[in-house]
Design a protein around this ligand. Structure first.
Ligand SMILES: NC(=O)C1=CN([C@@H]2O[C@H](COP(=O)(O)OP(=O)(O)OC[C@H]3O[C@@H](n4cnc5c(N)ncnc54)[C@H](OP(=O)(O)O)[C@@H]3O)[C@@H](O)[C@H]2O)C=CC1
Ligand SMILES: CC(=O)N[C@@H](CCC(=O)OP(=O)(O)O)C(=O)O
Length: 344
């Protein structure tokens, strides 16, 4: 099966290339750029010098003729325009941006401050939270790949809501990310002298992933109230840690809680529930498609603490996109993704 990548020169794009180069069934057919067509991939990305691929312009009809799937690793606002051109063609689309994730009209424009994709396309798009929406993904042609923070948060919260241990009435998510989450372009927020020896909170109560997390929580819990979700930048390249605090509706213990998570995620090889009283760190998932989760019950407050870590570029972007492609094409979910994290 052939695949093409639009936005091949960006962080999400090169991470797709890294995994697809080792995929047993999906073959990279073409790589596309809006600004560098005709150049070799390695001119922009020296680490890919062993590949001779040339970057091509974005011609949706030509891409649909040669590939079964196109990955859009393009910025929000760009994907929504490209998707209109691909949606009438015989090709499946996996969009890594936030453009197709929000189903309620007006929400996207409110949070992203950009024009939304056409509504008939948004309606066709399935939210690609791979561990939870596989059935829908299998029947779809357009996948809205989840955001990096929502992936970490939702995988961590899901068992409590789907198993009726909590209602989404008082959800607090405190999240931290490495700077590659902001993409490859330079910015005054992420450049070295701003981030080195620094730790900052940003987009306080304004983050565009708030409605995305609420949308999925609303599918699991009928009592959804607005959530508290805040994000921090950490001076590291990759990784997200989401720490969450939820009141549960029963007296329990950490051991019982951990059993719940273990049972829910049985058969989902990319989610690794940590041993009792152990909490994950971002380095243990670095460069991999794993989401590692640790849980604890606080008897004093009746609240649960959940710690969920992912690599933002893998499980939070390219890895989950390939996992979704595997589901979509009826392949083994782990194909091309079953590699150990980089350590140390
Ligand atoms: N970084 C992360 O951790 C995550 C990113 N995402 C999302 O994935 C998408 C890609 O992110 P990321 O790779 O980090 O971003 P980058 O900024 O690193 O890369 C963006 C890519 O888009 C291309 N591009 C820019 N403008 C246009 C345009 N007008 N038309 C077509 N292509 C364009 C750029 O290349 P060129 O100029 O060569 O065309 C570049 O390859 C974004 O929507 C982002 O929000 C989602 C989850 C996590
Ligand atoms: C560290 C950092 O800046 N991260 C980005 C995540 C970008 C992303 O995934 O945004 P989409 O919803 O457009 O896909 C942010 O907080 O905006």
């Amino acid at each position: 099966m052939n695949v093409s990548i639009v936005g091949a020169t960006g962080y999400g794009g090169v991470e797709l290339i890294r995994f697809l180069n080792n995929h047993p069934h999906l073959k990279i057919k073409s790589l596309h750029t809006s600004s560098q067509s005709g150049r070799s991939l390695y001119e922009e990305n020296a680490h890919l010098m062993h590949m001779n691929d040339k970057l091509e312009e974005i011609d949706p009809e030509a891409i649909a003729k040669k590939s079964d799937i196109v990955f859009l690793a393009t910025p929000s606002g760009v994907s929504s325009q490209l998707i209109s051109e691909f949606s009438d063609l015989n090709i499946k689309v996996i969009d890594l941006s936030g453009d197709l994730r929000l189903q309620t009209p007006g929400e996207y424009e409110h949070w992203y401050k950009k024009t939304a994709a056409p509504h008939h396309i948004i309606e066709k798009a399935v939210y690609g939270l791979a561990e939870w929406n596989a059935e829908e993904i299998r029947q779809s042609t357009i996948i809205a790949n989840p955001g990096c923070y929502p992936t970490a948060a939702l995988l961590g919260l899901a068992p409590l809501f789907t198993e009726g241990w909590a209602t989404a009435t008082d959800v607090i998510i405190d999240a931290k990310s490495g700077v590659s989450g902001a993409g490859k372009s330079l910015s005054s927020v992420t450049h070295y002298s701003e981030m080195n020896e620094n730790f900052k909170i940003y987009k306080v109560n304004q983050h565009q992933h708030i409605p995305e997390i609420e949308q999925q929580l609303g599918r699991w819990s009928s009592d959804l109230q607005p959530i508290t979700f805040n994000t921090h930048l950490v001076p590291m390249t990759r990784g997200i840690m989401a720490t969450m605090y939820i009141k549960v509706n029963r007296q329990t213990s950490t051991a019982e809680l951990r059993d719940l998570y273990e049972t829910v995620y049985e058969g989902h090889p990319f989610v690794r529930v940590q041993p009792l009283d152990r909490f994950p760190s971002t380095k243990q998932v670095y460069g991999s498609n794993f989401c590692d989760i640790g849980v604890a019950y606080d008897e004093r407050t009746g609240k649960v603490t959940i710690v969920s870590v992912i690599d933002n570029l893998v499980k939070g972007a390219a890895g989950q996109a390939i996992q979704n492609a595997n589901i979509l094409m009826g392949l083994e979910e782990t194909a091309g993704l079953w590699s150990s994290p980089l350590y140390p």
